[in-house]
Write a protein that binds this ligand. Sequence first.
Ligand code: ADP
Ligand code: MG
Length: 253
Amino acid sequence: PEKGSLVLEVEGIRKVFGGLVAVNDISFTLRAGEIMGLIGPNGAGKSTTFNLITGVLPLTGGTVNFLGRRLDQLRSREIARLGVGRTFQHVQLLPTMTVLENVALGAHLRSNIGVLSAALHLERRGEAELLHEAARQLQRVGLGDYLYEQAGNLALGQQRILEIARALAADPVLLLLDEPAAGLRYKEKQELAQVLDQLRAEGMSILLVEHDMDFVMSLTDHLVVMDFGTKLAEGLPAEVQSNPAVLEAYLGG
Ligand code: ADP
Ligand code: MG
């Protein structure tokens, strides 16, 4: 998609778990080449929002449009195949396999991630090409020197970037990253920010859940703040940062 064109339109989405309204009428849009931050206290509904967009959970209500196509009736594999990649809040790697194998093969072993569709696609092209594509993605994110290292031996920051490379192997248009900077050291966060910045420059759209405000403020073009399932605020990072309701949710709770 052309830079600035509409990639994702989330319209009034809602998720009820038993008696709990985890996501309550959330709407936002994301444009090509934009990094949008989704922030809010623990339990606000951020990960659930990701699970609704990616078809991991069925919606209770609302619609999701991606490049003008309804996603909300599709299964997660279908959504991934259309170009929505994601990472999960907790690292999901195969620690005893190599970095290269994780990108090339990890997709086969996971049900909910759409890299599977890429892998199926790649299967036809043969294993050599699959490995070649994996290596290309790893070089793209700066992990080209670690192809034959065991994934479990990488530092946490590198593991998070490895997960991004695995998502990239499916050739997504949109990446959803759930707390990619959690637990990282300052230097690792800077390296991660550099990778995300580069992906944005290449035209990728990124939706990012993150708690580190310095990280969020320096990297995102646009922010949505959630609290108790609802949208509390939205706007440019600087606007949101000085919003009294946001300060209250973070400091007053
Ligand atoms: P966040 O990612 O913002 O911390 P979550 O989306 O994980 O928040 O959770 C939002 C709310 O929904 C929380 O109260 C959480 O306990 C609840 N929740 C999340 N997933 C489920 C589930 N599968 N079943 C029941 N409740 C859930
Ligand atoms: Mg979460």
